[in-house]
Design a protein around this ligand. Structure first.
Ligand code: SAH
Length: 349
């Protein structure tokens, strides 16, 4: 008798479990449970989104960063990082190419680079919105003041991705230097929500010092915060960081958690991340087959891709955007899904 089956049954009916039950689901996991969760996740995702997989064009603006997160390859203390910053013209050129390739969401991501102040970013956002009014713009630029988030929203940003990284405060403090605080991260997420953004949180799977109890807190946080999007991917060490010698996360646990998240919130926009594809050549397919419904191919100029090195061995750093788009469309087709041209806004459950 598999003790997890009654828990899974209740999760599917109530979309909720207690923190202790989430922890049990993680510590006692087995192949039968994983397979049942996958099956239910896929069923629920199909009911909301059919076999559509949404695509977001990722543009990596800058790898300058004022922060010093212990896991991240572009942390300010990494003297080996070869720094770059795209110009607004280069960014607009990425959007142009992306639009022609069928992208209707652009994700502008980067380190916390002071050059991208509100004035410059707002100018850029207005230009993108003017040229591509049918596209959504997602920002992923870290922690900013509430006023700054408001200005960026008023200038046209629709969505904001800010992974909470871990919902356990003590764990958060082991992953970050003292000047970064868990409370501020959470405050940022609340501000983004109140301003009216579609909000994405998320965490790394297998980050150093992560426990099943911490992961259970992540699941409970997501269940109660109800973000529109949630980015989860395996931690992958980057050799020039303090965690360079730590073990990485696993594809198996990441996919297991993707299934649970889909069941908790059937309409969640849930990417099969590049990190998943980096650990396993079939990682993104496995993610989709576990309940994910978004892929985020790279639209950054090939000349800078290797420099945006959050972790080692990142895939797709040599290919042109068109190749990435084509490759992913083919991969999705091969597993019975369709990469659609759509802004991919959240649907109601
Ligand atoms: N500066 C922005 C964008 C960060 S990069 C911000 O603070 O939100 C996007 C995400 O990459 C991070 O939130 C983190 O979860 C993930 N990441 C960073 N280093 C990583 C690593 N070594 N392995 C896997 N994911 C990593």
């Amino acid at each position: 008798m598999n003790q997890l089956l009654p828990l899974i049954d209740r999760l599917v009916r109530a979309h909720s479990l207690s923190e202790e039950e989430y922890e049990t689901l993680i510590t006692e996991r087995n192949e039968q449970a994983a397979s049942l969760l996958r099956q239910e996740a896929v069923r629920l995702r199909k009911a909301v989104y059919g076999n559509a997989v949404f695509t977001r064009g990722l543009i990596e603006l800058s790898n300058y960063c004022r922060n010093d997160c212990l896991y991240c390859g572009i942390r300010r203390s990494n003297a080996h990082a070869d720094r770059y910053r795209l110009t607004p013209e280069e960014i607009l050129a990425c959007c142009r190419e992306g639009y022609e390739l069928g992208f209707r969401t652009f994700v502008l991501q980067g380190g916390e680079d002071a050059w991208f102040n509100d004035e410059r970013l707002c100018g850029l956002l207005r230009q993108i919105k003017e040229q591509y009014p049918d596209c959504a713009i997602t920002l992923s630029l870290g922690e900013r003041s509430r006023e700054s988030y408001q200005r960026l929203f008023d200038a046209g940003a629709d969505r904001y991705l800010l992974r909470h990284e871990t919902a356990d405060k003590a764990h958060y403090e082991k992953l970050h230097p003292p000047e970064l605080s868990f409370d501020n991260r959470m405050e940022c997420l609340r501000n983004l929500r109140e301003i009216g953004y579609q909000v994405g949180c998320g965490f790394m799977v297998g980050s150093p010092f992560q426990t099943p109890a911490a992961l259970a807190k992540d699941l409970k946080f997501i269940e109660t915060f109800r973000p529109e999007m949630c980015g989860i991917g395996p931690f992958i060490p980057q050799k020039d960081t303090p965690f360079g010698q730590h073990a990485g996360g696993s594809v198996e646990l990441t996919c297991y958690l993707l299934s649970i998240l889909r069941i908790i919130q059937p309409n969640l926009l849930l990417p099969a991340t590049t990190a998943l594809g980096t650990l396993d050549p079939q990682g993104r397919e496995k993610g989709i087959l576990s309940g994910a419904n978004v892929v985020m191919p790279n639209l950054s100029p090939v000349s800078v891709r290797k420099k945006y090195q959050l972790y080692d061995n990142k895939i797709c750093t040599g290919e042109e955007s068109a190749q990435c788009r084509g490759c992913l469309a083919q991969r999705m087709d091969a597993i019975g899904y369709e990469l659609v041209i759509d802004r991919g806004d959240p649907k109601s459950n």
